[in-house]
Write a protein that binds this ligand. Sequence first.
Ligand code: T4K
Length: 372
Amino acid sequence: MASEPIYITKPLLPPRDALFKGIERIYRSGQVTNAGVLHQELEQRLHEHLGGEAFVLMNNGTTALLAALAVLKLPAGSEVITTPFTFAATVHVITLLGLKPVFADIDRRFMTIDPEDVARKITSRTSCILGVHVYGYPCDVAALGRLASEKRLPLVYDAAHAFGTTLNGKRIAEFGDATAFSFHATKLYNCIEGGGLAVNGPGLGQAGRDFRNFGIRNEEEVASVGINGKLSELHAQVGLLNLALIEEERRQRKIVQDVYFGRLSGRDDISLVSLPEGVSASKQYFPVRIRAHRDRAYEELKQTGIFARKYFYPLAFEYDCYRGTVKPGELPQAERAAAEVLCLPFYGELGASGAERVAAAVLSSLDGARAR
Ligand code: T4K
């Protein structure tokens, strides 16, 4: 019998009985959305977990990112410096708000935005810096923080992958003016769909709450432009139950991670990311870099039922809508990373045996490529 397919992830879901009981309570209460009791409870629990001066629960990570930029009231048409090595949402929110994305290169090792290249891209038109804690690896927050305060620019982080990432014991949301999280089904911590905005600065929490609810403060007052960013009670119920599962999921992902490191380290055709001292990453993704033949490995894995992903290829400036904004060769580290990275399946239930199967398939593809 053919082996079961293995995907990049498998959503972590709460025990059925507990969820059904929660749904029963929602039916009895009659409140299904619009910041109900479960929404409020989850917002508070996540604020305690993630930190930041204020925390606003949202219906997905993209809304949280939109809110992060919207609350800063950046001048129309101004430029936001960001990374092209990210998911489409990061760059699209800039454009959707009538701002212009300007791409900077990434760090050679950790693939996060390169502060030196950001500095080179700053002009009088720049209104904001938007870094991405890609794969849950923290950006160089010290250098970006220095640069932002020197140039008096707000600093926003996309932490869609960074739930629980800490740096020298500090939670990731404690850096920058605003940090957006995703609680999508594919994330280690999920509400099926969900997101959150953590902010540091006077008035930003209120502005985020206003943005989430069309700018409506009360029945007779609309304070600002906003959208529907609220999370339903059903999603909040899933989120509350899933909070109890994170620690065990991380423990199991560590087992998978150890197998990958054990089996794939020490070769010259593949490199793994070793994080610096002081970083505790979220364990969201497990990227490897395959110097040559990445695409061949991707296809060969697929043929054996293993669906790894090329996060993040293509780069944002290669999308039709941003084509021509960057010349070939201008951002060499981003181009290299996009050509080499393969994110391997990474979730607790994969277990040591699943990880062994994935690692064996990667090694067989690499050895095959060498022999050819
Ligand atoms: N910023 C960054 C840096 C992000 O990476 C993201 C999202 C965002 C912002 C925006 O956050 P959200 O608005 O999404 O909250 C997936 C996710 O949909 C997306 O949330 C995520 N990043 C991105 C990196 O990955 P796709 O297009 O790769 O998803 P898809 O449907 O191909 O799913 C991947 C695999 O996961 C499937 O092959 C099988 C498995 N899967 C997926 C789903 C949805 C399941 O087993 N069950 C499921 O229900 O975007």
